[in-house]
Structure formats: C-alpha cells, structure tokens
Ligand binder design. Structure first.
Ligand code: COA
Length: 371
C-alpha cells in the first residue's frame, strides 16, 4: 500500500460542479473572474445546484424562495438565547444550531431528490439567519425578520445590522459570497460527501462540514489572519513579526494552499476589495501591511496568499466582528456543500479508504491480572 498523507493528489470522485485546473477556478464551466464581476450570489447558487445559469424567471424564483425560507423556528432562537454566547465561538454555535434545525424539519430523513432540494433551499436560507441572529443576541439585541423583497446579500446585511446596507457593502458581501461558494473537494466538502455517502441525511452532512470548516487550517484561517494583523499593529512591524514567526517554524495564516501553486484566483478579487474598502474606511495601513506580508511570503517561502488572507481586511473594513468571518464563509460554502451532497446522492458509493497499519504485530491476549 502506498500512503498519500492528507490524501494529497488523490482523485476521490468525479464531479461536474467546480474545477481547479492550472490554478484557474470555474463553477460549472464559468470562470470565477466572470462570475465575480457579473453574477449575484443567487445566480451562483442556482449554477452550483443545476450546472446552468438561471433565466431571469428562474433567478427571481430562487431569490424569492430563499428570502421566504429565511425565518428559523422559534426553538432555534430560544436555543441561542439559552446559553452564554460571550463564551461560545460562533462556529460552534452555528454547528449546533444547524444540527438542531434538522430536528424541526419533518422532511429531514426523507431521501427523495425533491425533498432534498427543498431542504437545500431551507438550509441555504436559514444559515444566514442563524449567523446574524447569533451576532445580535450576543449583543443583547433581537434578531431581525428578513424581508422577502431583498436579495440574499441584502438580507444578510439587513439581518446583521437591522438596517439596509449601502451599495458598496452589499456588493462586497455578494462578491465575497460568490468567491467562497465552492471549491471542489476541499476538506469540509469532502467531509460532507463522506458523511452523506453512508446515506445519512443532509443535515448530518452540513453539520459535519461546518465542523471541518471551523479549523484554522481551513475556514478558520480568516479570523486568524485578522488576529495576526491586529497583533502586528503597524506597517513597520509587519516584516519583523513574520520573520520571527517563520524562525519559530510557525505558519502564517492566509498563506499557502494544497492545490494552488502560482496563486489563488480568488485572492486577487478580495485584494481589490480590500484596497477599496480599507481606503474608504481610513484603514489603508491594514491593506499596506497585508501587501507587505504577501510579498515577503511569496519571495521567501514561494507561497501564495489564499482566499482567507484579504477577506480578513475586507470583512474588518465592513465593521464585521472578527469571529463572524468564518461563519460568513459557512453561509457561502453552504451552497457548495449542498451541491456536492446532492451530487453524491445522485451517484452514491460509500467512501471508505484504507489505512496502512503501523501498530504492533499480531500478539496474544494477556489477561488483565497478568498485565
Ligand atoms: N506559512 C508558513 N509555511 C507554510 C505555510 C504557511 N502558511 N503553508 C505551508 N507552509 C510550508 C510548511 O511549513 C511546509 O514546509 P516544510 O516542507 O519545510 O515543512 C510546506 O510549506 C508544506 O506545507 P503543508 O502544511 O504540508 O502543506 P499542505 O498542503 O498540507 O497545507 C495549508 C496547505 C493551506 C493547510 C497550509 O498552507 C497552511 O496551513 N496554511 C495556513 C492556513 C490557511 O491559510 N488555511 C486556509 C487555506 S484556504
């Protein structure tokens, strides 16, 4: 048996959802660059779930369906209010709330494809409500009821702030949602597929995925990037800080990628947004600091910035709490997880790799009193 640690280079499934070829990222054949410039998040959700862009009518139907399904059962809100949110990471709260959501869904274990699609809509809609409700409840505020005439990004900002967002804010959130929507067999998507390949239900699949996304080597990196930038504090401190981290063999969050070698195609869009938004909010030093770090790591380690690096300063400039960065990633990636879960059900086989055993050789059992 040959082992590929971390399954590097292993092709574990066929998929028609998303491709990464020669460091270019596409969703169902459309370049991420074109989608980011021209599409809305709802169009991308439709694309990921159907492999075609929606007509105007199909787009409006999905937009409306998502907006109308955003309200969560009162039990979810009561649950969020029942514990001390100041001591809980929002990703842990989100994981548990999404799992709890399954208990309120009478179709949770119905495996027909139409029922799974209806659950996908509910989950995509309600993940936004849970993240924003968490944020408000921990500030002592009431959750905001979504508006059915708003887009997904508009409702997200509205539910977060109880105020409709400025155009530039909505545009930034919409683009960030598009850029994070799917990424082939990343760790959380693979986790979701492994889970549902046992023919477990959709809620179990996305709950498992949220658990995987939470880790700092995956989605948790964006919050860590912001912690790092805060710790660095000033532009002149950036390089000495990074040098020390590297000398201590510590990883620089937001840098490096398992698949990309020349650069993460999502990072340049977030960099542009970061430049624009930090300027608008008088936080240009944050941007300059980020550029310095990126250039240094590229030159000294040959590693590119990944999606999490500039998303940190984008979300910070929008005034979003740092520990909500990864939950926002989850709001977006929910669309990709669901696409992959539905694709897995459509052509399922149990995912069950092998391990190369390295433990003791066969030996005889020794009774407990003789050990
Ligand atoms: N900072 C410093 N060194 C890094 C690094 C980083 N962010 N990422 C990788 N490296 C180095 C490793 O130390 C290792 O060096 P070595 O061979 O001298 O030991 C080499 O590059 C390979 O790293 P490895 O962790 O084995 O690569 P991977 O493919 O398993 O990991 C990541 C990919 C993304 C997990 C990794 O780059 C990382 O931890 N990045 C920081 C976390 C992050 O931003 N995650 C979000 C990903 S979108």
């Amino acid at each position: 048996m040959s082992v590929s640690k971390g399954l590097e280079g292993i092709i574990a499934t066929e998929s028609s959802i998303c491709s990464i070829i020669d460091d270019k990222l596409t969703y169902a054949g459309y370049s991420i660059d074109e989608l980011t410039e021209n599409a809305t998040f709802e169009e991308v959700v439709y694309l990921l779930w159907n492999r075609e862009l929606p007509t105007q009518e199909q787009y409006e139907a999905l937009r409306k369906e998502l907006a109308e399904n955003m309200a969560v059962p009162q039990g979810i809100i009561d649950h969020l209010k029942s514990y001390d949110l100041s001591k809980v990471h929002p990703m842990a709260a989100l994981r548990t709330a999404i799992s709890l959501l399954g208990l309120y869904d009478e179709e949770a274990d119905v495996m027909e494809s139409e029922a799974n699609r209806r659950k996908a809509v509910r989950l995509q809609a309600q993940v936004a409500t849970i993240v924003t409700a968490f944020s408000r409840i921990r500030k002592g505020l009431e959750p905001v009821t979504p508006k059915t005439d708003l887009t997904f990004a508009e409702n997200f900002v509205y539910m977060l702030n109880d105020k409709e967002g400025e155009d530039i804010e909505i545009e930034a959130i919409d683009k960030a949602l598009i850029l994070h929507a799917d990424h082939e067999l990343n760790a959380s998507t693979f986790t979701a597929r492994v889970c549902v390949a046992t023919l477990s239900d959709v809620y179990s699949g996305v709950t498992a995925a949220i658990g995987a996304l939470k880790g700092p080597l995956h989605g948790g990196a964006n919050e860590q990037v912001m912690n790092m930038l805060t710790e660095i504090g000033s532009e002149e401190n950036a390089i000495p800080y990074i040098e020390e981290k590297l000398a201590n063999k510590e990883k620089i969050m937001g840098m490096g990628h398992r698949v990309y070698r020349t650069g993460d195609p999502r990072a340049k869009h977030l960099q542009e947004m970061s430049e624009k938004l930090t300027k608008l909010h008088n936080q240009e030093e944050l941007y300059r600091m980020s550029v310095k770090i990126e250039e240094y790591i590229k030159e000294h380690k040959g590693l590119p910035a990944n999606v999490d690096f500039y998303s940190a300063s984008v979300y910070h400039s929008l005034g979003i709490d740092h520990d909500l960065f990864t939950p926002i990633f989850a709001v977006s990636r929910m669309s990709g997880w669901l696409a992959h879960i539905l694709e897995q059900y459509d052509n399922n086989r149990l995912i069950r790799p092998r391990a190369d055993y390295t433990g003791p050789a066969l030996r005889s059992f020794v009774a407990i009193e003789n050990r």
